[in-house]
Write a protein that binds this ligand. Structure first.
Ligand SMILES: *Cc1c(COP(=O)(O)O)cnc(C)c1O
Length: 369
């Protein structure tokens, strides 16, 4: 029996760089700086440079990154924010934390990402009431940003990109995260750039928005002990920043390993009775997940699990069908279909070519049984 295989393996992400990570943590332990010190400062600069230019403000997690990004572009209680329901609940809880109201936009049937056409219809129907739009680059696939930004700005709505699954993805020649007014990242351990605990960041080229997030993340301070605006504690600690600095060095290399695995799946599964991921023209995904579709999802998932291949389902229940959000429910047939059919195959950097081959063989065998 082969080793069990999982579609997420944060321990492998640590072991791949264990010596460097341990040295980085030792450096922090010896430094006496544990919160908002030199490691956080260096990580923020390095991750900003990764985007070409702009500013990064690190925060405690991805959910707060979205919330503070929305606040930074002016979203307040009572405002409406358009997003998708094919996402993790976090995207929507960030909106709700502000007291704003989520408006769900249908996804594109092929990419399973926000449909720019559906967004245009929602924005037109709401007549300027939507304050911000949150496209989600789900599975590491960048959403149709040129069209989304154009239609959002035309209707006076700001764009906050949810980049929690898309570190390094590119669309129309530009990195995801650099299209909108502000972008939000998560460094949850399983993400393409993952810490060894919680972490998040906001990226923006808008100096005013960056300053607002910097104040919001620490008690509304611009200057120590002077709370100019109501704020909170949403800080990244030095240990996580030091770990992220190590991981960031390998992000592009690891993303290209993910790309090679995805290409291998696409070729080996070409004849399988599954819907394979569709990459939109101009999109260069980073394959946070390799997500296939079948109406027999549960049968395939069970059959693979029996053979030690444990696949994730991102996500089994769309947000508008979650008990907490039932009051916002609108019919979203493409979203509902996607959630019923998706299955995420192991594609992280520790997955070997032989593992991909094994998964493909098991899928093909299952399809013939
Ligand atoms: C992980 C994730 C988040 C939330 O990030 P946390 O760090 O867990 O708060 C938000 N949106 C998406 C799409 C995610 O995958």
């Amino acid at each position: 029996m082969s080793e069990p295989l999982f579609s997420a393996d944060p321990k492998a992400g640590y072991l791949a760089h264990a010596d460097e990570i341990r040295a980085a943590i030792e450096r922090v332990l010896a430094s006496g700086h544990y919160i908002l010190g030199p490691e956080v400062e260096a990580f923020e600069r390095e991750f900003a440079d990764y985007h070409g230019s702009g500013q990064v403000v690190s925060v405690a997690n991805g959910t707060e990154a979205i919330e503070l990004a929305l606040r930074a572009v002016g979203v307040a209680a009572g405002d409406s924010v358009a997003t998708v329901a094919n996402t993790v609940t976090a995207t929507v809880s960030a909106i709700e934390q502000i007291g704003a109201r989520p408006f769900f936009v249908e996804i594109d049937a092929d990419t399973m990402l926000m449909s720019a056409t559906a967004l245009a219809a929602v924005l037109a129907a709401q007549g300027g009431r939507i304050k911000a739009v949150v496209p989600v680059h789900l599975y590491g696939q960048p959403a149709a940003m040129p069209a989304i930004v154009e239609v959002a700005h035309r209707h006076g709505a700001k764009v906050v990109e949810d980049c929690a699954q898309s570190h390094g993805a590119v669309v129309a020649g530009r990195k995801a995260g650099t299209w909108g007014d502000v972008a939000a990242y998560s460094f949850y351990p399983t993400k393409n750039l993952g810490a060894l605990g919680d972490g998040g960041a906001v990226f923006t080229r808008d100096a005013t928005a960056a300053e607002k997030v910097r104040m919001l993340r620490q008690y509304g301070w611009r200057q120590r002990y002077v709370s100019e605006i109501p704020g909170r504690n949403s800080r990244l600690d030095e240990v996580q920043a030091a770990v992220l600095r190590v991981k960031l060095k390998y992000l592009d290399q690891e993303n290209s390993v993910r790309r090679a695995k995805a290409a291998r799946y696409l070729s080996k599964l070409a004849t399988a009775p599954l819907r394979l991921p569709v990459v939109a023209s101009g999109a260069e995904p980073v394959w946070h997940q390799f997500t296939v579709r079948t109406p027999q999802r549960e049968a395939l998932r069970g059959s693979l699990a029996e053979r030690g291949i444990h696949c994730g389902v991102l996500y089994p229940v769309p947000v508008h069908h979650q008990p907490a959000y039932a009051s916002y429910s609108v019919p979203l047939p493409e979203t509902e279909r996607a959630c019923a059919e998706v299955l995420c195959l192991p594609v992280h950097p520790a997955v070997a070519d032989a593992d991909v081959d094994r998964v493909c063989e098991e899928i093909l065998r299952w399809s013939k049984s």
